[in-house]
Design a protein around this ligand. Sequence first.
Ligand SMILES: CCCCCCCCCC(=O)SCCNC(=O)CCNC(=O)[C@H](O)C(C)(C)COP(=O)(O)OP(=O)(O)OC[C@H]1O[C@@H](n2cnc3c(N)ncnc32)[C@H](O)[C@@H]1OP(=O)(O)O
Length: 195
Amino acid sequence: MTLASPRTKNNHNCLFTERRILLCCAPYKESIGVEAAWRTRIRDGDRLCTECVPRGACKFGVSVLAFDDAAQHMRSTILCPAAYEGGPGVAHGGWVCAALDEVLGQTVMEYHARVVTANLSVDFRLPVPVGEALTGHAWIDALDGRKVRATGELRLAASDAVLARATGLFIIIDPAHYVRHADWLAQQKVTGGTA
Ligand SMILES: CCCCCCCCCC(=O)SCCNC(=O)CCNC(=O)[C@H](O)C(C)(C)COP(=O)(O)OP(=O)(O)OC[C@H]1O[C@@H](n2cnc3c(N)ncnc32)[C@H](O)[C@@H]1OP(=O)(O)O
């Protein structure tokens, strides 16, 4: 498959910022190994964490997202950056949790609404190599009011071996969530990082 074809553009409202975003198809499907039916979105600015927005990329190395809408299943390409090396050549467990949080969270937000993670349970099955192509998989298990449960896996792209698995509980938040937090924090006599 040639990757040189221009992106197919669709206007779409970003769930978080209400900005118009692009849903992009085709260019990187091959890298993620997805069938043509999967809808692929390149992460060029939409639904990134606040600190990642200026650089237009996820700091944890979660890049292309592809969706099987019928199954509410997401696949993503992931590479553990060298900065998150823990043991020699392998990822720090904190990065594994962060990457799975990202993969599950993106899936829940794609199919439901803006959420925060209330609970994440991770099984570390095998060490995760740094700088090696990985895939993230996640799917929705259940929706119950504001609670969304999802499961996800981090796999080695070369063999599809499952390296880590997580289940998560995500809570749908309203637009005032972070305003309430800022108000709460203002009452806590915080010092802005000084001891
Ligand atoms: C924008 C780009 C995003 C890219 C994707 C990244 C995804 C990553 C997402 C994250 O990592 S978010 C950061 C980590 N998470 C947090 O900081 C959340 C901190 N916790 C909270 O803000 C609040 O505790 C929370 C919003 C989760 C809940 O508070 P609320 O006051 O809104 O709800 P409430 O406490 O009434 O709980 C609602 C329901 O959830 C249940 N619940 C809440 N936390 C729970 C918990 N930990 N375990 C089990 N159940 C829980 C709770 O029992 C209740 O169930 P019922 O409706 O059946 O009564």
